[in-house]
Design a protein. Structure first.
Length: 96
């Protein structure tokens, strides 16, 4: 991977937007919600505590996670879009 996160940062690939509603109605681009789940691609080493110890990150590459709707920063590297966010912005890990 061409990008490596630092500290307690995590790089995600967002899941695709839902194009149909639960009732089967096709949603236009303007009505589609921003995805809140994604796949972890890379994890930083962890946050350095005041004591000097390293607090490891709770997720690992390959995990499917839920994150806050407006969390993180969207970046484009080599034509691919990624989301970089802090470990504290991860809300849950889905089905391991």
């Amino acid at each position: 991977m061409a990008i490596q996160p630092l500290h307690d940062r995590i790089i995600l690939e967002a899941s695709a937007k839902e194009e149909r509603s639960a009732g089967g109605i096709i949603l236009p681009d303007t009505a589609q919600e921003k995805p809140q789940r994604g796949t972890v691609l890379a994890v930083g080493p962890g946050k350095r505590l005041d004591s000097g110890q390293l607090a490891p990150v709770d997720v690992k590459a390959g995990d499917l996670v839920l994150y806050g709707k407006y969390a993180g920063t969207e970046v484009k590297v080599d034509g691919k879009e990624y989301i970089i966010l802090r470990a504290e912005d991860i809300l849950a890990v889905l089905g391991n």
